[in-house]
Design a protein around this ligand. Structure first.
Ligand code: ME8
Length: 509
């Protein structure tokens, strides 16, 4: 049964170009979007740029754009982000920029709804503000007087601000979290957010008097709306809230917000409270993945170890990087991006387990069956339980356990390689042609099935496998349900063995 699947990435700050960390979230969202499209769901993947942040304004100034040219800087950067996702093949359906009129209109509408509920009041605020976090921080969170994330002393700010009655939603939020265990995932994050809401959550200031760049407060234009209050609303305005009622009604609520663990509180406390206040239904699920280091070191400009997703994809291949990111770092946990591991996985998982298998099987098909898919008695019977693999894969995908989905595929690939060594088709070629046909049919059909399993993760590799099996066009017309039926590879079809998919990297250099 097809259903709607609306998923989002965070909208990223444009104080710099995308790095591999931003790409990670975006790739994960892309894999899920492709998976749900394959299932026939009505998918909408929304991404975009968070442009009303002081960080962007500072970056513009640093690059020589004066106050009159901030929008120009933002336009250039937003185009850069969008082009990067295009070059990397990210299949987004919507791209929202928070300086667009449709966003500003939606934010104004949302503000008015919250104000009408009586949840906005004016007050004097004095506190510590970390520009890196774009958030007020508590004295008790500081380490040696500095923000533990950005390693900088926060600014002391005293302003007249508008406040959002966040604390009024404490009980409702706790109840929602308790009644909907799927709302915040993984569980460790849920516990962290729950305890924050229960013990620490206070009303927050949602305007900045001293800031000039941003969306003005409706009716009090001297104040601009706090960047997080504005940014979160992108998830609504990106699908038409405030500008296209019909589209909005069709898409909202989101099935999934994908975020990094750094911004979980904004998404699981502030955002749902804002929605409750405005009378808008809550998103179904927020999943926070972990953070990774580069070769064991935190990514930072000053260390010069920031990985450019375009450069690394050009060097290794887009799909290789996609595969590596989702295979190497357990989704939901922290991890490490290591170039040595990337080389290893390229040679072992991709080169040996998958590439060699395909090459071996196609070579033997050429040698023993003239390059034609052999007719096999009992070809409906697979030695590897394909239905079970699909079941495990689908369960893993619905839990966002990408590692397990890939493991399910790779366990079967390794089994195939072992099977070839054990049954020795080269001996069967002399002793038992019927058995040989059976073995070869199984291997070829299993590669067809594997191409389908791989499709969301590595769409180009998947297509190449189908091309080499000689069925790319025919498979392109199938639905997932049709494709999953064992025995879909037509007997007598001609294969089209090509170059090895993963030439050894040493050979390349
Ligand atoms: O926070 N490992 O934007 P941002 C894994 N504009 N993921 C990483 C990463 C790393 N080392 N570094 C970054 C913002 N990310 C706000 C969001 S949403 C309404 C507003 C990813 O440009 C991760 O998804 O700082 C993280 O949450 C996001 O980039 C932060 O991007």
């Amino acid at each position: 049964m097809s259903s709607k699947f609306f998923l989002t990435t965070p909208i990223y700050y444009v104080n710099d170009v995308p790095h591999i960390g931003h790409y990670y979230t975006t790739v994960a969202a892309d894999v899920l979007a492709r998976w749900h499209r394959l299932k026939g769901d009505d998918v909408f993947l929304l991404t975009g740029t968070d442009e009303n942040s002081q960080k962007n304004v500072e970056a513009a100034a640093k690059r020589g754009y004066d106050e009159t040219r901030i929008q120009e800087y933002l336009d250039e950067m937003a185009a850069n982000w969008r082009q990067t996702w295009d070059k990397l093949g990210i299949s987004y359906d919507g791209f929202i920029r928070t300086t667009e009129d449709r966003h500003k209109a939606g934010v104004a509408q949302f503000w008015k709804a919250v104000a009408a509920k009586g949840d906005i009041y004016q007050g004097e605020y004095s506190g510590l503000y970390c520009p890196g976090c774009e958030a007020f921080v508590r004295e008790s969170d500081l380490v040696d007087g500095k923000c533990p994330i950005h390693k900088k002393e926060p600014q002391v700010i005293k302003e007249k601000n508008y406040f959002f009655r966040l604390s009024a939603y404490r009980e409702q939020l706790l109840k929602h979290i308790d009644e909907h265990p799927e709302f915040i995932q993984p569980t460790s994050r849920r516990n962290e957010v729950r305890s924050y809401i229960d013990k620490f959550m206070e009303d927050i200031s949602i305007t900045r008097e001293s800031v000039k760049w941003g969306i003005p407060v409706p009716g009090d234009e001297a104040n601009v709306i706090y960047v997080w209050f504005d940014a979160l609303i992108n998830y609504l305005t990106g699908v038409g809230y405030g500008s296209n009622e019909q589209e909005y009604r069709k898409r909202w609520p989101a099935q999934l917000h994908l975020v990094g663990k750094d911004i979980i509180k904004f998404h699981c406390a502030l955002w749902p409270a804002m929605l409750l206040s405005a009378g808008v239904p809550l998103p179904e699920r927020v999943f926070a993945h972990g953070f990774f280091t580069i070769d064991g070191v935190k990514m930072s400009k000053s260390l010069g170890n920031v990985v450019d997703p375009l450069a690394v994809s050009e060097k290794y291949g887009r799909d290789v990087v996609r595969f590596f990111l989702l295979r190497e770092i357990t989704f939901g946990e922290d991890g490490d991006f290591s170039f040595a591991r990337l080389e290893q996985r390229y040679n072992s998982d991709l080169g040996n387990d998958l590439g060699n298998l395909l090459h071996r099987v196609l070579s033997m098909t050429e040698k023993y069956f003239d390059g034609k898919v052999p007719e096999a008695a009992q070809c409906a019977e697979a030695p590897v339980d394909q239905a079970k693999t699909w079941e495990r894969y689908e369960a893993a995908m619905s839990k966002l356990d990408f590692g397990d989905a890939l493991d399910a595929i790779w366990e079967d690939l390794r089994w195939d390689n072992k099977h070839i060594d054990e049954v020795k088709p080269w001996t069967l070629a002399k002793t038992d042609r019927a058995e040989l046909a059976k073995v070869m049919y199984y291997l070829l059909e299993h590669l067809r099935q594997t191409a389908w399993l791989l499709r969301p993760f590595v769409p180009e590799i998947s297509e190449k496998i189908l091309l080499q099996l000689g069925v790319a066009e025919a498979e392109g017309k199938k639905s997932l349900e049709e494709a999953k039926v064992w025995g879909g590879l037509p007997i007598g079809g001609t294969i089209a063995k090509g170059e090895p998919l993963f030439p050894r990297r040493e050979d390349k250099q």
